[in-house]
Design a protein around this ligand. Sequence first.
Ligand code: KG4
Ligand code: ZN
Length: 334
Amino acid sequence: MNSIKILAIESSCDDTSAAILEDGKILSNCIASQTIHKEYGGVVPEVASRAHQANIVPVVEMALRKANIDKKELSAIAFTRGPGLMGSLLVGVSFAKALALSFDIPMVEVNHIQAHILAHFIDDPHPPFPFLCLTVSGGHTQIVLVNNYLEMKIIGTTIDDAAGEAFDKTGKLLGLDYPAGPIIDKLAKRGNAIFEFTEPSIPNLDFSFSGLKTNILRFLQKNIQQNPQFIKENLSDICASVQERIVSILMNKITKASQQTGINNIAIAGGVSANSGLRMALKEKGDTIGWQVFIPKFEYCTDNAAMIAMTAYYKFLNEDFVGQEITPLARYNF
Ligand code: KG4
Ligand code: ZN
């Protein structure tokens, strides 16, 4: 039997990525990041869409070259259908449609959030089913009960901002570049969590981060009134304190989810799972209470096409294909 070779495209936000998978193994994973958004303090949808148009052909060519695969050998083409920015998604979907048509190969549509979770199956060890996944990105904060590759249920979600947004909006208040998550993470290593920010009391397994933002804003305003240099003089300690609070909110909810479901296999996924404070807290908790903890490699935490390819592989095995009538979805629940 011929091997299964899939080209996957990810273009949901501000990274254009292409990956090649052969029989469940990733051969290449190329990413073109758009640094232009730094100038605006956030992703500008129109700018992102145009940059995807410029990047997609070279990124796909690079992924094919690195994998030493010719387009004619492809078994299928996969793409992110959503959730994401409509203009960005459209570039990936249109590219996939054109390629599928010209090479007469099937298309596989992928949910971006499911793909973040299935990034855990790129390398060993794979989490055993069922497991709980704390999915924390710039747009989402969810606790997902994963019963099988494509059988997942959201059991907790944010009622306002996502955890990544909490990092990015704090960064804006502190005058840091976008995305601020990795910068706050780095600065926090040099500081101490000496400032106290309140933990919201949200019922069930849901999250809220908008109150924290207001809390930080008021705290900064009050201190700057007394000392205009407050941020500059205390930046590392502020970052350490904010990070500690975000991590404790996440850890408390995933602990509650584990107690409620009796599941001790715990994974994290999405851009914020690159955070060193969260990674450390999860490992420590795992060691103390006997969780089996799964933390993805850094390169598979933030947006990448390897995770799209991995998800597409399981869908390909189920012959779960879509036709040329497919459209992207800015909001896409599973
Ligand atoms: O998954 P992702 O690449 O894109 C979305 O699907 O949203 O996540 C991006 C988010 C941004 O909010 C970014 O600030 C955050 O992940 N992030 C981090 C770190 N690395 C990325 N947040 C905290 N610490 C990090 N090391
Ligand atoms: Zn993402």
